[in-house]
Design a protein around this ligand. Sequence first.
Ligand SMILES: [Zn+2]
Length: 266
Amino acid sequence: MHLAAQAPTRSGRLSSNVRPHVRNKFGLTRDIPADIKRAVRQRCGFGCVLCAGAIVEYEHFDPEFARARRHSADGITLLCPTCHAKKTRNLISVRRIREANAAPAAMTVRYAFSDVEGTPRRPFVKLAGMTLKNCQIPLEVRGFPVLAIQDAEVERGPYRLSATFFNSAGAPSLFIRRNEWQVFADSWDVEVVGPSITVRQGPGQIALRTEFVPGEGLLVTRLEMLCGGYRLSGNVDTLEVRDPGGVGHSFTRCLSDGSKVGLSLA
Ligand SMILES: [Zn+2]
């Protein structure tokens, strides 16, 4: 078993592993090398092998951590915190974990998912260098709402955020559907750390890094996207847009408040 509940560090931030340097009787620490973690994520389709939940922890199941001499991707799987707790409490058998590892739920449904906390006010979107407040359609490309925020369905209900992000080859990298986000099981890599999701389309190639601000909004801090012939490239401060004719536009620390459509690329 790999303990994965999060513990505060001295800096006040959360670490991803409890006591990562504690060793088992063979001297193995709980620090799983990054390339092995990535191989496990890829094999499992970036979700819990039992339920496809995208908030995951690493579980040594074959053998269990106490009897492991090395970290092997084949012997580690992904479980969400709920399924992991059931396994730890012996409410799920090792046989069931083995079966799910051989046919991960996210590979069957083709995506892993989780939810976004709904907001009582229209959430803001900070799309790289462009901050959009009180906006129904923060980004539209050729009439397609790449980012959209619908009103609450009922009084005092949550606003509903939807988005479709594409990578630099024009393939979808992340969906948000009315406050549920989905990442694709055939992605090269998806890494969820705290409130941040990073989608990579190859080694060192970040297609998207986004961070939820619970109850407030959404930050997009890295973006390499091709959509409708437009190439969008963004970091924390600046959004660069190159139109199909190769003409570039740059937006640095821009603010739009109260417009129905934020950025429209026709
Ligand atoms: Zn699960």
